[in-house]
Design a protein around this ligand. Sequence first.
Ligand SMILES: Nc1ncnc2c1ncn2[C@@H]1O[C@H](COP(=O)(O)OP(=O)(O)OP(=O)(O)O)[C@@H](O)[C@H]1O
Length: 238
Amino acid sequence: MFEGEAIGLNAMYNTKSVRVPRPFKYGPLPTGGSFIIMEFIEFGSSRGNQSILGKRLAEMHKAGKSEKGFGFDVDNTIGSTPQTNSWSSDWIVFYSEHRLGYQLKLALKRFGDSEIYEKGQQLIKKMQPLFEAAVIEPCLLHGDLWSGNISTDKNGDPVILDPACYYGHNEAEFGMSWCAGFGGSFYSSYFEVMPKQPGFENRKDLYMLYHYLNHYNLFGYGYRSSAMSIIDSYLRML
Ligand SMILES: Nc1ncnc2c1ncn2[C@@H]1O[C@H](COP(=O)(O)OP(=O)(O)OP(=O)(O)O)[C@@H](O)[C@H]1O
């Protein structure tokens, strides 16, 4: 887990865009368990400027390019759920197998939820048209961007931490936006640097679905209806 975190922090740090703690070292502890050492950032008291966060995040997405396609050099975790990052040249294949498909299988295994599994698999088979006309390039994503992982430093500059990095479609970064409180100024600054792609609005829920499914698998039944209603409304639309 700490190896994934350190490699992710380092990749974000190297983009010289949004501030992240610089990782120094990670490894096993002789007494069991493991450690990570990173730069200590003294946090400021303000909530930070949404417009600057949007701009810096977009700069990170723009600068963090991958020649290996979609994925990451190391698997990591989303919450405590394993997140597989095997490289793929095709975003739809990657998102189907390693994101939605993985969580659907987990729901089947954990809760015996064959209804969500079957309907989710139908959505995966039908979702191709949602991506038509969009240019999808691998961008470095934080991967778990919600308000608990966003802060500011003493100068009021945004800081993001505790990532689940991989190279993916930039829009997938907004999959946790239901817990992030991004406002209009965040999105307008973001899209000035990373222009909005055709079909963005229709893909928003698809990217939230991964995180709702993960919350269902981590925290239980309370999140099932959110995931299910996203799947049902796509199945009606497609
Ligand atoms: N580099 C840092 N410098 C200063 N404070 C930090 C740093 N990294 C983390 N913190 C503080 O520790 C808190 C927990 O960090 P982090 O989210 O990485 O840990 P976690 O164990 O994954 O926690 P959670 O499970 O609650 O997300 C942060 O919200 C922040 O207050």
